[in-house]
Design a protein around this ligand. Structure first.
Ligand SMILES: C[S@@+](CC[C@H](N)C(=O)[O-])C[C@H]1O[C@@H](n2cnc3c(N)ncnc32)[C@H](O)[C@@H]1O
Length: 224
């Protein structure tokens, strides 16, 4: 379901770069449906790279899906004429670092379809600081885990508030049941952490304590 939801955000006919493709399921599924016109599956690690190669070969799509062993956006060349980039199933900080160190390879015309596993706030901060507008956001729950999808395009200077960066500007407005359920769970986690801090034998850094307290307050205000 997670990758199906990601797939739904890839524009029809896109030339897709799926970075950190692992098994290569996303580009292969989209190509099979005729939903994209070309794809690059990028992988930094050898075992998943081979797995992607196998999936592509067995699908018979190797003429239109190129599997490349490369670090982050180094998998993309200008001739690929990429129109959409997916980065899924990695921590938000990792996705941010891949985008940041590969900035020179972004034309600014690509749609970014990002599915971070945690670390959404630093990722949204990077998007804002680099002039990306968040077009669409989704929270979904699968196997007891909550996943977020963030779709963005470069649009010039953007300003999001600290809370918008933390919760997601569009999700804060939409307040879907799954979004609220995620933050109810997160509030329980924050309270538990603060309880541990209160019972800790060693002093917890004041800054850390204040940070978690502030997060718990924001979540309480969101859910009020
Ligand atoms: C957990 S898998 C997610 C696979 C797939 N994208 C998905 O969502 O199901 C993360 C993959 O990202 C790859 N990866 C991590 N850092 C990377 C980087 N800098 N460049 C390319 N691939 C990377 C890992 O090797 C791993 O195969």
């Amino acid at each position: 379901m997670r990758l199906e939801r990601v797939a739904a955000h890839v524009p029809a006919g896109a030339r897709l770069a799926d970075i950190g493709s692992d098994h290569g399921y996303l580009p292969v599924a989209l190509m099979r449906r005729g939903a994209i016109s070309a794809a690059v599956a990028g992988e930094v690690a050898l075992t998943p790279f081979r797995s992607a190669e196998r999936t592509v070969r067995e699908s018979g799509q190797h003429a239109r899906i190129s599997v490349r062993l490369a670090n982050g956006l180094a998998a993309i060349e200008p001739e690929d004429d990429i129109t959409a980039i997916s980065l899924c199933g990695m921590g938000g900080e990792t996705i941010r670092d891949i985008l940041d160190s590969g900035k020179a390879r972004l034309s600014g015309q690509e749609r970014l379809i990002l599915q971070p596993n945690g670390g959404e706030q630093p990722l949204r901060l990077w998007l804002m600081e680099n002039g990306y507008r968040i077009l669409c956001e989704e929270v979904l729950r699968e196997n007891r885990f909550y996943y977020e999808i963030i779709v963005a395009e470069r649009a010039g200077p953007m300003v999001y508030s600290a809370q918008e960066l933390y919760f997601g500007p569009l999700q804060m407005q939409a307040r879907s049941p799954v979004f609220l359920a995620k933050w109810q769970r997160m509030l329980r986690v924050k309270h538990k952490t603060l309880g541990h801090f209160a019972r800790a034998r060693q002093a917890v850094p004041e800054e850390k304590m204040q940070d978690i307290t502030r997060q718990a307050r924001w979540i309480t205000e969101l859910l009020a």
